[in-house]
Write a protein of this length. Structure first.
Length: 169
């Protein structure tokens, strides 16, 4: 194995994940840095072209996944279904919302939407005394990661533009 210096995407991922986890850790409420870090990793891309478009789609996906997760928690109270049936139901519903997003021609929003939905309905949905608060916190943590990735990508783009303009004079 050849050892080489980390590339720009790895460095940007470090900054985005660090920023997301710190904000999530110190924000008011019940922040879970894990969800912010996942979103930052997923949303940070190697190129900065189309960063706004990707960011907008990721935000849409996060909001819709959070809303769908909240609706699920409100309709299906904790511990009312057998576990196997509930997992099959969640899988089915995630397929339905993916299909709807696909028909809405939002392919760049699909993955984050499904991840937010699953994180709300599977990982800790049964711990939530207040489904709205739980869904809001998970959606907010994901949004922190998405915005951190957008900011890191944007600042990289701004740095490159400034450097390019400075050297082209």
């Amino acid at each position: 194995m050849k050892i080489k210096a980390p590339g720009l995407r790895i460095i940007k991922t470090f900054f985005a994940v660090t920023l997301a986890m710190l904000i999530s850790s110190y924000r008011p409420g019940e922040g879970l840095p894990f969800y912010s870090a996942i979103a930052a990793i997923i949303c940070l891309k190697s190129d900065v072209e189309g960063s706004r478009d990707i960011g907008k789609n990721r935000i849409i996906g996060t909001m819709l996944g959070g809303l769908c997760g909240l609706i699920y928690l409100l309709i299906v109270p904790a511990n009312t279904l057998p576990k196997a049936f509930e997992l099959i139901l969640i899988s089915f519903l995630s397929s339905i919302i993916i299909w709807i997003m696909s028909m809405a021609n939002k392919p760049k929003a699909i993955s984050i939407m499904a991840i937010v939905f699953l994180s709300i309905t599977i990982n800790h949905g049964k711990e939530a005394n207040l489904p709205f608060l739980f869904a809001f916190n998970r959606t907010f943590d994901t949004m922190i990661g998405v915005i951190s990735a957008i900011l890191v990508n944007w600042s990289d783009f701004a740095f490159r533009e400034k450097y390019k303009n400075k050297n082209n004079l």
